[in-house]
Design a protein around this ligand. Sequence first.
Ligand SMILES: C[S@@+](CC[C@H](N)C(=O)[O-])C[C@H]1O[C@@H](n2cnc3c(N)ncnc32)[C@H](O)[C@@H]1O
Length: 249
Amino acid sequence: MARRIRVVGIGSGDPAQLTPAASAALSSVAFVVAAAKSEDDPLLDVRRALCAAAGIPLVAVRDPERDRADPKDYPAAVRNWHDARVEAYAAVLEQNPGDVGFLVWGDPSLYDSTLRIVGRLADRLEASYDVVPGLSAPTLLAAAHRIVLHPVGKPVLVTTGRRLAAEVAAGHENLVVMLDGGLTCLDLESPRAWWIWWGANLGTETERLVSGRLDEVAGELREQRAAAKADAGWVMDTYLLRATAPQVP
Ligand SMILES: C[S@@+](CC[C@H](N)C(=O)[O-])C[C@H]1O[C@@H](n2cnc3c(N)ncnc32)[C@H](O)[C@@H]1O
């Protein structure tokens, strides 16, 4: 039977947030491959704990360096980084037989390169692959704040901190922002008043939530982000930004 690669969404990484289907998928593989950003990557520890609970070995692969110095050619930098990751993972898979799992924060459909990399790995190794969905950060954010992510009948744009200023300049008024390591929303040059629903380390014991008018909660956002990082040793945050006053609920 062809070797199978399983891409498993793990939500926040807290065992309580793992769906039964994700748990079953994790238990079905011979080993898990996980990228490590550094020797003491705290996010690697979270995945190690999940694998240990399932009795599955985890093979850590040091993440190749990404060229972050030249934002002019961002797509080329990402392409080169993906190539290097494919090489690194292929080497591990060639040495280790059996079905393999890749664990993805949240859900694999959003701002994650695992599926692109696994597609290439599967072609190269003549393997099949499947995807088990997980709870995405926007889903966890909406639940934590008890909100709908868009006003009635209106769209929501999911974007990144890197693109936020351009999306606002283009007229978007309702945005979910991910991959924003620096609360870019606080640097927005916009004549509008904005409301924010923010969450860090959502779905974990170190979850922090802030909501309110952006200019009024700026200090609290900075404090809570720092506090989440101090508590967990890592911080990931996601927020909804809206240009109109909140409706209830
Ligand atoms: C590589 S992306 C992965 C997103 C993921 N695929 C998802 O479905 O949410 C990492 C970004 O997701 C968001 N994120 C992931 N986990 C989070 C969490 N527990 N709390 C808040 N934001 C989170 C952050 O914006 C972070 O920069």
